[in-house]
Ligand binder design. Structure first.
Ligand code: SF4
Length: 889
């Protein structure tokens, strides 16, 4: 591929479902830079910290560049032949349901389309499921129950037009930061806009909330069922909408009226006063949007939560109107594209239904397929159970890391290890999943591949290549199509470009579609390579250049649902009280994300900037619980469930609800000794959607009795680390490692040499009585590594220590300063990184507040913090507020 150094390439961010437009540029020296695309309707030029750091994540370190069989580099034809022949043989011997694909919301739509086509239309099984099952399957199921289709009714603009935004189980500030910024900007223009946050934790999103309802885990069904009853009792219904456009209202209201306000208070852990204020605000605010994401979806009652929310919007007619509607935001960059191609086990392509014989016949006809799956396949959790018990004998995992992200992850890992034949297509040579593959296929990464993605508001955007494919990496669609050809299905997979696949996908969406299906992009069925190359972001439905069913970009303001009678269905919901804790596992663990990392860190873990905000796995615990369990701030703790355990750092904070813990899901065996959080979670799923309940796990916590703690910086990545607890993170000059040891009878000089290499040029300080050891090794004038050991959490400034890797240390004075573990007085400790873009720490912000800065804007003027991507503004405001409270005490 020719690189045009002068040209900025329009592409799309590969992280969350906001789907921001990115302008990427390769300079003459090969340096890549990115900025937000000012013309993209999702972000209008904004990017969050992750998007802003994309250029730091595209190096070739750790890339899988050649096909491998059993660890041996092979030619593509040999690898493809092994995959095709083993799948064909397995199908011949054991039937089509003995094989499976586990794919990903990180795939592009074109990749997803051919994978789904091969499995459902040509293999004849629906055993293709996706990590999107873990993300938003309950939203899909809720939409289909209520609307008859998986339709997101609203648009991002509604978030700016609303007078009330209810955020349910959604830490928008960290997980969908650009949407958070759009809401924050709209609120600044219209201060009368109200925001309610429903979340067990006081997350950073609470920063813009007028009301934070610290709901009990999984209390959402009761909250919204109670709201429906309240709307009925307070004459806040849109009777005309209910009558003309819905069915089942009476049953839904009857089910809701079983729960009085006291019952709702008990089920939600909220006071009747809090409930009354929220219900009254909702009832009187016509322009209301309810935004929900993983806190709703990742639950054993996720589908009921979705329908309880939708019931309230149908009852008030607040759907599909400017500034009003239920709004599911997806976690993944292409969860929506996956839904469009039917990439889940219980869907067919182009929003058709696998259970519907007419739909199956239509898709088979269109594909000219020899076969078509005639029943839903195994959803993710059941798929890995079938791998474990031997029903699935050949498994192909594409662009995802189930050993870390699936619930009951140790059991999933054991199943993959025992599977007779495992293929993994990935960009990295070493992930916790790739290491178990018999065949490894090198896939192209973001920046190297071409295709489309669909964001949470149904907007389809191009991802465009601006870098050449490295080594022998190939696009996922090409890999799947080649295997299909070798399996004897060449005619159905003769696509030469992603443009041809997109055109076929668009044609299928319009095929025999008389308006009975929502997804219709028939306007693009004849798209050619040039038009595809120039394709601007567009929002479906778009047929013949105009909206197919709806007069606007929104759905359902005037009914026209995709049910047989065209009416939406109210779903009667009855909250079910559930207790998962017991005396052995007395706490509820909630899992989620942090601001600057993404999924299993295969990309963000490469960025020094992103790795500084939070550099190790942690658990948030309420001060009262911490005291009860004898845990101090920064202790290492063991969290256990009946399935496994992790070792993480304790963060004691009153933001956390008492009785609950929160820990992030990003850390893997590549980054920490024992940080795979999904080793704790259960394979308990929602009965309708099959989505796992990742946010409500009974656990216990105990202090890990560390005899010694350590912190080290080094130029080279350390492998392996001989410590009970370790967590490694990239920093600007190399790597930093947090350490804790069960034993302190250790030869520290030997440990340091193993960590960053033996050097004749070493300085050491040992105070054995105090348990203090500091060792620095030099390579010429450069620091090769430094280790700091103490009997408690090491107090050395992390930022300062990491900076030493980039500086020269010619004189003894500078060298002794490292071993002393202290920056000079002229180098105050910046503290934990808050602003990743400008590397501004918490201590610097606190000092600026003490010096008179009282607003986020004035901090920006003084330190630049918060003036680029804005993802840290909520944290800056929290520091200002904390200082204000301190000063008042
Ligand atoms: S909000 Fe951030 S992570 Fe999400 S798409 Fe935009 S830039 Fe990417």
């Amino acid at each position: 591929m020719e690189i045009d150094a002068a040209r900025e390439v329009r592409t799309t961010c590969p992280y969350c479902g906001v789907g921001c437009g990115v302008l990427a540029k390769v300079a003459a020296d090969g340096q890549v830079s990115v900025r937000g695309d000012p013309d993209h309707p999702a972000n209008f030029g904004r990017l969050c910290s992750k998007g802003s750091a994309l250029a730091e994540t595209i190096d070739l370190d750790g890339r899988l560049l050649h096909p491998e069989i059993d660890g041996r580099c092979v030619r593509w034809d040999e690898a493809l032949d092994r995959v095709a022949s083993t799948f064909s043989q397995t199908i011949a011997e054991h039937g089509p349901d003995s094989v499976a694909f586990y794919v990903s919301g990180q795939l592009l739509t074109e990749d997803y389309y051919v994978a789904n086509k091969l499995m459902k239309g040509f293999v004849g099984s629906a055993n293709i499921d996706t990590n999107s099952r873990l993300c938003m399957a309950s939203s899909v199921a809720g939409h289909r129950r209520a609307f008859g289709s998986d339709t997101v009714p609203g648009t991002y603009e509604d978030l700016e037009l609303a007078d009330l935004i209810v955020l349910v189980g959604s830490n928008l500030a960290w997980c969908h930061p650009v949407l958070y910024q759009r809401i924050a900007a709209a609120r600044e223009e219209r201060p009368e806009m109200k925001i309610v946050l429903v979340d067990p934790r006081r997350t950073m999103t609470a920063d813009i909330a007028d009301m934070h309802l610290a709901i009990a885990p999984d209390g959402d069904v009761a909250l919204f069922t109670g709201l429906l009853a309240y709307l009925g009792q307070h004459n806040a219904l849109d009777r005309a909408y209910i009558t003309e456009h819905t069915t089942g209202f009476g049953q839904a209201l009857f089910a809701a009226s079983n729960l009085d306000l006291a019952g709702v208070a008990e089920a939600t852990g909220l006071s009747e006063d809090e409930l009354g204020r929220f219900y009254s605000l909702f009832a009187r605010t016509e322009k209301t949007v309810t935004v929900y994401s993983q806190g709703v979806n990742q639950s054993s009652s996720g589908t009921d939560k979705v329908n309880a929310i939708i019931n309230c919007h149908l009852a008030t007619g607040r759907i599909g109107k400017p500034g009003a509607g239920p709004f599911s935001v997806t976690g993944q960059p292409n969860a929506m594209g996956g839904r469009e191609v039917g990439g889940m086990a219980n869907m067919l392509a182009a929003h058709m239904e696998i259970e519907n014989p007419a739909h199956r016949a239509r898709v088979r006809r269109f594909w000219n397929a020899p076969d078509i799956a005639d029943k839903p396949g195994l959803k993710a959790v059941d798929m890995f159970k079938a791998v474990a018990d031997g029903r699935i004998k050949a498994l192909w995992i594409m662009a995802t890391n189930p050993v870390d992200s699936m619930p009951d992850a140790d059991a999933v890992e054991a199943a993959i290890k025992a599977c007779p034949f495992v293929v993994v297509s990935d960009v990295l040579a070493s992930t916790d999943t790739v290491r178990h593959a018999h065949v490894r296929l090198p896939a192209t990464a973001w920046g190297e591949k071409d295709g489309t993605v669909t964001n949470s508001e149904r907007r389809i955007s191009r991802q465009r290549a601006f870098l050449p494919a490295p080594g022998e990496a190939r696009p996922d669609w090409w890999i799947v199509a080649e295997v299909a050809r070798l399996m004897g299905f060449g005619e159905g997979f003769a696509h030469a470009t992603p443009a041809e696949i997109f055109a076929e996908h668009a044609a299928l969406s319009a095929y025999e579609n008389d308006g009975a299906r929502d997804f219709d992009i028939g306007a693009y069925a004849g798209i050619d390579a040039e038009e595809y190359d120039a394709l601007a972001p567009f929002q479906w439905p778009e047929k013949d250049g105009q909206a197919a069913r709806s007069p606007s970009a929104r759905f359902f303001a005037n009914g026209n649902f995709y049910t047989p009678d065209g009416k939406a269905r109210f779903i009667p919901i009855r909250p079910v009280a559930e207790t998962r804790t017991d005396e052995n596992f007395p706490l509820i663990l909630n899992t989620g994300r942090v601001r600057d990392h993404w999924h299993t860190m295969t990309r963000t873990g490469k960025s020094p900037r992103l790795s500084q905000h939070i550099a190790e796995p942690f658990v948030e615990i309420h001060p009262a619980d911490a005291q009860h369990f004898g845990i101090g701030d920064a202790d290492i703790v063991r969290i256990s469930s009946p399935r496994g355990e992790v070792l993480v750092r304790a963060l004691v904070t009153s933001r956390q609800r008492q009785g609950s813990l929160f820990a992030p899901m990003h850390w893997t065996d590549q980054f920490a000794a024992k940080g795979r959080l999904d080793a704790l979670t259960a394979s308990l799923t929602d009965p309708v959607s099959g989505q796992p309940a990742l946010k409500h796990v009974a656990v216990r916590i105990e202090k890990f009795a560390a005899k010694a703690f350590g912190f080290a910086v080094m130029r080279q990545r350390p492998v392996p680390v001989a410590a009970t607890y370790w967590a490694v993170a990239k920093c600007r000059g190399g790597w930093r490692v947090e350490l804790a040891f069960a034993d302190d009878d250790i030869d520290w000089a030997g440990f340091a040499a193993a960590l960053f290499g033996a050097s004749p040029d070493m300085l050491a300080y040992h105070d054995r009585d105090a348990g203090q050891h500091r060792i620095a090794a030099f390579d010429g004038e450069r620091l090769a590594g430094a280790l700091f050991v103490a009997p408690g959490p090491v107090a050395v400034s992390r930022g300062w220590a990491a900076e030493q890797l980039e500086e020269t240390h010619a004189g003894q004075r500078e060298r002794f300063r490292i071993v002393a573990g202290r920056a000079g007085a002229e180098r105050p400790d910046a503290g934990a990184t808050v602003c990743s873009c400008f590397s501004v720490g918490a201590n610097q912000i606190a000092a600026a507040v003490a010096a008179g800065c009282t607003t986020v804007a004035s901090i920006g003027e003084t330190l630049k913090a918060g003036t680029n991507c804005g993802s840290c503004r909520a944290e800056i405001r929290a520091i200002i507020e904390a200082r204000r409270v301190q000063a008042a005490e």
